[in-house]
Write a protein that binds this ligand. Structure first.
Ligand SMILES: C=CC1=C(C)c2cc3[nH]c(cc4nc(cc5[nH]c(cc1n2)c(C)c5CCC(=O)O)C(CCC(=O)O)=C4C)c(C)c3C=C
Ligand SMILES: [Fe+2]
Ligand SMILES: [Fe+2]
Length: 387
């Protein structure tokens, strides 16, 4: 076997307050996150949304120390994976490719090329596949491979999703059991799985298998846990005016509190590292909401991070994938249809989502016209003789 590499894919996160706006700009520039009818509008809209969102987002990051711990934790996972692979008899160098912040996927691929890696396993750190996460990174990699013929020398294989691995499911069940056992009446607690949401249209129109994989993953973990507790699955971190997967985490927590649930054990299910959605959204926002609604004990199950059983299972997965027929970027789920990020409801009067969309579109046009006027001194106002 030649020189082996593993490319870990993740989203990336701002490391300090000044990074927040450019990080959001990168995220909203991605057509897998916001798909527009005119590609030319992508960057101006990304600029507008990132500028509008940056203040609130920065305040959220401020509550967890000013930045995301994602890079540091992913580096620890990469080191642990390299060691576990060596212990299992497989020498490999592990690289990190983030989609929207440093170290960027492009930098990782440049290192892989420089190190003359001959066999590469592409492993997303998202257990379940979504067009918006692993899918977006695969698209980018496919483009890099198309643009650079030298990369075709690398014998690569992709792991699209891995949520059903016994080692991962077992590790999740063990962490939940440990959390339950810290409560006075473990069997009374309600287990609350909270997954990152995606817009409904990703699933219903673009064929994203994400919801199906999340539901299957939840069932597998409950089976492995083998306890009598009731459980709920809900979706968090909604962005924008359109409909996302339901039930929304905040509504589901309030409904459970109303039904008299007092002990809630919250399981972040679509993430394997601590980051803003676990440390700020669950630990601060949802905890406050739950306590105000009458939940007495709110416990959050820690993310996997460098859990030994989890890392060893990742290493086993890499070895199995090296020994299996390769899967290429083009073999992995591609959207059936372009995703409608905007709602397609019939028109109605009032502040409907459609009205908000059109307000946004008109504001965009106005903004572009103004920008043109300021930069060139020739624009619509000059044209109509007002300046
Ligand atoms: C399975 C995981 C994730 C899915 C699915 C996902 C979809 C998705 N996310 C946004 C918008 C934002 N995501 C943000 C941060 C963020 N999201 C994930 C994971 C998934 N996103 C991670 C790991 C992170 C990084 C967290 C960190 O620690 O920095 C953000 C920025 C934070 C904020 O302002 O809230 C946004 C915005 C969309 C629109 C989407 C699907 C279409
Ligand atoms: Fe996200
Ligand atoms: Fe959030």
């Amino acid at each position: 076997m030649g020189r082996v590499g593993v490319l870990l894919l993740n989203l990336g996160g701002p490391e300090k307050p000044e990074d927040v706006r450019p990080f959001l700009f990168n995220l909203f520039s991605d057509p897998e996150i916001i798909r527009l009818p005119f590609a030319a509008l992508q960057q101006p809209l990304a600029w507008l949304i990132s500028t509008r969102r940056a203040k609130q987002s920065r305040a959220n990051y401020q509550q967890i120390g000013g930045g995301s711990p994602l890079r540091q934790i992913t580096e620890q996972q990469a080191d642990a994976l390299e060691q576990s692979l060596a212990q299992q008899g497989q020498d490999a160098k592990v690289y990190i490719g983030m989609r929207y912040w440093h170290p960027f996927t492009e930098e990782a691929v440049a290192h892989i090329k420089r190190d003359r890696i001959e066999q590469l396993v592409v492993l997303p750190l998202y257990p379940q596949f979504s067009i918006s996460t692993s899918g977006s990174s695969f698209r980018l990699l496919e483009q890099l491979w198309q643009d650079d013929p030298a990369l075709s020398q690398i014998d690569y294989t992709v792991i699209p999703s891995w949520y059903s691995r016994t080692g991962y499911v077992r590790a999740m069940a063990d962490l939940i059991a440990q959390s339950l056992d810290q409560l006075p009446n473990p069997d009374q607690a309600h287990i609350f799985f909270s997954a990152h949401g995606v817009p409904v249209s990703y699933v219903t129109e673009a064929g994203d298998p994400y919801q199906r994989e999340i539901e299957h993953c939840t069932d597998l973990i409950m089976q492995a846990l083998n306890r009598p507790n009731a459980h709920t699955l809900a979706y968090q971190s909604r962005v924008g005016p359109i409909e996302w997967l339901q039930p929304y985490t905040e509504d589901a927590i309030e409904a459970l509190a109303e039904q008299g649930v007092k002990d809630l054990v919250v399981v972040p299910i679509s993430f394997v590292s601590e980051h803003i959605e676990t440390l700020q959204e669950i630990d601060i926002e949802y905890r406050e909401l739950a306590e105000a609604a009458g939940i007495e004990r709110f416990q959050r199950v820690p993310a996997m991070n460098t859990h030994a059983g989890f890392i060893d299972d990742l290493a086993a997965m890499v070895r199995e994938s090296l020994a299996s027929p390769p899967q290429h970027f083009s073999d992995v789920v591609q959207p059936d249809k372009p995703v409608k990020i905007y709602p397609q409801d019939k028109s109605a009067w009032g502040m409907t989502p459609v009205a908000e969309v059109w307000n946004g579109r008109l504001a965009m046009l106005g903004f572009l016209a103004l920008l043109l006027e300021i930069v060139s001194g020739h624009g619509p106002l000059h044209l109509v003789g007002l300046l």
